[in-house]
Design a protein around this ligand. Structure first.
Ligand SMILES: Cc1ncc(COP(=O)(O)O)c(C=O)c1O
Length: 379
């Protein structure tokens, strides 16, 4: 790294004047909380997916909690989930009183393996939460059939996969419910935010639970004579998305095709320029997949004294380039060690995996800088 090269972060959002203007419009509108802009954002995400309903919420974690509550997960229920994921889904299962059943992933895509999931089904299994690792959808057709054959609820954790496809199905359209994240590092962002989409009955249950269990929204009551004229029909929580947040989401969503195309071009540059570095395994995209490229995940075989951690350290210390790891296997985290779970494929991937910078705010020079740095590390 030259003395003047600025730090290149692993991720940085792309926010423009359109988002700024939409937020200012909201601030001036007199309506800041969940209202017309949250509804517009819901429609924008829902319509291309072809799902029945959508509910914009404060985070994907909130969406997962609501999805599992709406699915009726309670004490004694088992929910099949990968361990090679973020802790949000397993935590939400545990908060509902259920038990996450950590299940092995496919060594090529790092997605939940349908066969392993089938073997994990017991009389107590109530749901499967799949996750589309890095933006490559899991085998949606296989999981839909598995859920139907066994009478299970299928929930897609599509936090990484807005605008991704597999076998003609959009990620987020095959589950009984699916959730998206608009966290600061995601393919589109509101800073914090999420959405739950899917079957009308389940999303309506989630919506009720996510607004205190109140039978009408504050926007629906706005301007009515008695705004406090409502009923609480279930003991709910508050997970709604404010319009200030939705304003950012609406404008980000317009840019999603352009963002995805840029991510794909960066991935293609890495594919071309990093192929052949010994011990470096580049991502495999299956036929029939349109990848969302939230992550560009590589595996680094521990050979010749080079490991994932030494490579990450050299990229950072010698070249000023940030990377990330997806993920620490959840079954090895303190809250879940009591399950005494062993997942050799997951553990092997987790020890070798590194996520390279891959986001639309990167310039071509940034991409080349990452490529040159990796060649230097391997030299
Ligand atoms: C797979 C997955 N699910 C859920 C989440 C949680 O998203 P949020 O931060 O919007 O709650 C994340 C966050 O990184 C994630 O990677």
């Amino acid at each position: 790294m030259t003395a003047t090269a600025p730090f290149l972060p692993w991720n940085r959002p792309s926010i423009g004047r359109e988002e700024e203007a939409e937020v200012v419009d909201t601030l001036r509108s007199g309506w800041l909380t969940a209202g017309p802009k949250a509804s517009r954002f819901e429609a924008a995400v829902k319509d291309p997916l072809g799902v029945e309903e959508a509910f914009a919420v404060s985070s994907c974690t909130a969406a997962l909690h609501l999805a599992l509550l709406a699915a009726g997960i309670e004490v004694g229920d088992e929910v099949i989930t990968p361990s090679l994921t973020f802790c949000a889904a397993p935590n939400a299962v545990a908060r509902c009183g259920g038990t996450p059943v950590f299940t092995e992933v496919d060594p090529v895509t790092f997605n939940l393996d349908p066969e392993a999931a089938e073997h994990a089904i017991t009389a107590r299994t109530k749901a499967i939460v799949v996750m589309h690792y890095g933006g490559q959808p899991c085998d949606l057709l296989a999981f839909r059939k598995l859920a139907d054959d066994h009478g299970l609820i299928l929930i897609e954790d599509a936090a990484h996969a807005l605008h991704a496809w597999r076998d003609g199905l959009r990620a987020g359209s095959a589950g009984d419910l699916a959730v998206f994240s608009f966290y600061a590092n995601k393919v589109i962002t509101c800073g914090e935010g999420g959405m739950i989409v899917g079957r009308a009955d389940l999303v309506q249950a989630a919506r009720l639970l996510g607004r205190h269990g109140i039978d009408s929204s504050v926007w629906q009551r706005h301007g009515k004579r008695r705004t406090a004229d409502y009923e609480v029909t279930v003991a709910g929580l508050k997970y709604t998305m404010p319009d200030i947040t939705a304003a950012v989401g609406i404008q980000q969503f317009h840019k999603l095709p352009e963002f995805t195309a840029r991510r794909a071009r960066i991935a293609a540059s890495y594919d071309r320029s990093l192929a052949g570095l010994p011990g470096l395994r580049l991502p495999t995209v299956l036929d029939g997949v349109r990848h969302g490229w939230f992550l560009y995940p590589v595996l680094i075989e521990p050979v010749g004294g080079r490991t994932r951690d030494t490579v990450a350290d050299m990229l950072l210390n010698d070249h000023g380039i940030g990377t990330s790891v997806h993920f620490q296997p959840v079954h090895r985290l303190a809250a879940y060690r009591y399950l005494d779970c062993h997942l050799p494929v997951t553990e092997q991937i987790a020890a070798r995996q590194l996520s390279l910078p891959c986001y639309p705010a990167m310039t071509s020079a940034d991409v080349q800088r990452v490529i040159d740095a990796l060649h230097a590390v391997w030299a």
